[in-house]
Structures are given as structure tokens and as C-alpha cells.
Ligand binder design. Structure first.
Ligand code: TMP
Length: 236
């Protein structure tokens, strides 16, 4: 399958059409941004890590947890064939431990275990700073139907439960993560976008060292090393 015209360029990926209208090719870049694009940089090798890790996790989620995903086939270190979907304009965030904007918004110290996993929906719009919304906002604006939100919520918690166990077995606490979903032509929801150190918080379970994009966001250094370490934990 070959790349045709570029359909879209995001902050970390490009999307290309293929000869098959139901499929497209995602190409992962090393570009990194934070704070809705205000902070810009490069993380050398990130595109390869995110592409390969995301594909592995989506394959496992599909096979072992029955989560439908957009993944079709890894074409190279940076390129993957995926189902062409219409992205639901929501960032779906699941949290197990307080960190980041949760800690800031609610005054709960980073690292506090939450009594149960939480879910948040944010409207995907950089200019507005991805504002948090509730389910009524989603229905009122027509971003997704009630049935679609029900599927998204169910899948998001199942992804959390599967991946929390997967990472804990590899010495990693899955603190929180962001998912995006898409719809197929018949409205069916599938997991899309990526699952990677860009979109998850990963802490070493012994040392609590951060092994994700927070090293870039917060200028902690050792960014490439952290992505490399997460590759080793996932692929052994
Ligand atoms: P937050 O604490 O900043 O809201 O982030 C929660 C999770 O979502 C964290 O794992 C990082 C991820 N995330 C993204 O993938 N994209 C984003 O634009 C933001 C703000 C967070």
C-alpha cells in the first residue's frame, strides 16, 4: 500500500490517503509540542517509538481485550496503515493517580492514588485550549451521540484496566492517559490516534521516575532515554 496525497498534518503525525478510500497511512514525526503548541521541540527517535509502541498496544487491546481499533498493519518504523475514520473531537482522559491538570485543578498533590479511576472529556480544539466538557455539552454540540459516548466510556475503562495490568507487570505505573476515538461510516466507534509516552504518564513503579513526555513538558532532561526505556519495557 502506497502513500497518495497528504490529507492532514497534526503536531506529531501526518496522514496520507491510499488507493483504498477506507484506509490511510499515518506517519509519525519526531516533532514535540506542549501547552497546545506553545512549546516546540524535537525528540529524536520519538516517531519510531510512538509508532511501534502504539501498534503493539492496539494489537494487544484488540486481541486480548476485544477493543475495536483503527490499526491495520505496520508498514515501517514510522508508517502504519489504519482504517480511515472520522475523529470524534474529544480527548478522553482516564486517570488512576493524581497528576498534571487534575492536581492543579483540584489541589490534589501529584502522586496521590485516586480511590477509583476517573474519566474526563475535553473538546479537542487547540485555540480554545482543549476545554473540559461534560456529556450534556457533547450532546448539545453534536460531537457524539449518547450511544457513542456509552461505547467510548466502556472502552476507555477497559483499556485502562488492561493496560494498567500490562504495564505493572513491566514495572510501570500507568498514572493517566489520553485516548481519541473515531467513527466508521456506519457510526461504529473504534479506538484511534496513538497510545505512547506522548499520550500517557508512565512512572517507574520502584523509583517513581517519570518515563514519558512530562520530561519534555517540564524540562527534566533525559527525554530520549525515557522513550528508549519505555520501548524496552514494552518489547522486552
Ligand atoms: P493533563 O494532566 O495535562 O490533563 O494530561 C492528562 C493525560 O493526557 C497525560 O497522560 C498526558 C495526556 N495529554 C495528551 O495526550 N495530550 C494533551 O494535549 C494533554 C494536555 C495531555
Amino acid at each position: 500500500m502506497e502513500k497518495r496525497e497528504q490529507i492532514y498534518e497534526g503536531k506529531a503525525k501526518k496522514v496520507f490517503a491510499t488507493d483504498d478510500p477506507s484506509l490511510c497511512i499515518v506517519s509519525y514525526k519526531d516533532d514535540a509540542t506542549a501547552f497546545n503548541g506553545l512549546k516546540k521541540g524535537t525528540i529524536s527517535g520519538k516517531g519510531v517509538v510512538n509508532n511501534r509502541m502504539s501498534n503493539r498496544l492496539m494489537q494487544l487491546l484488540s486481541q486480548d481485550a476485544g477493543i475495536p481499533t483503527h490499526f491495520v498493519k505496520e508498514l515501517s518504523d514510522r508508517d502504519t496503515l489504519v482504517k480511515r475514520v472520522r475523529i470524534v473531537p474529544l480527548e478522553v482522559i482516564v486517570r488512576n493517580v493524581a497528576a498534571g491538570s487534575f492536581s492543579k485543578r483540584f489541589g490534589v498533590p501529584e502522586g496521590t492514588d485516586l480511590l477509583c479511576p476517573t474519566i474526563e472529556f475535553c473538546y479537542k480544539n487547540d485555540e480554545l485550549g482543549d476545554p473540559m466538557v461534560n456529556e450534556y455539552h457533547i450532546y448539545a454540540c453534536g460531537w457524539a451521540t449518547r450511544e457513542q459516548v456509552r461505547s467510548i466510556t466502556d472502552y476507555a475503562f477497559r483499556v485502562n484496566s488492561y493496560l494498567s495490568d500490562f504495564f505493572l507487570a513491566r514495572g510501570i505505573i500507568l498514572v493517566d492517559f489520553k485516548l481519541e476515538f473515531g467513527t466508521l461510516d456506519d457510526g461504529t466507534i473504534v479506538l484511534a490516534d496513538e497510545i505512547s509516552p506522548d499520550t500517557c504518564r508512565f512512572w517507574d513503579s520502584a523509583t517513581r521516575e517519570k518515563l514519558d513526555k512530562d520530561r519534555f513538558r517540564r524540562d527534566l532532561g533525559g527525554v530520549e532515554e525515557a522513550y528508549g526505556e519505555m520501548m524496552k519495557r514494552v518489547f522486552g
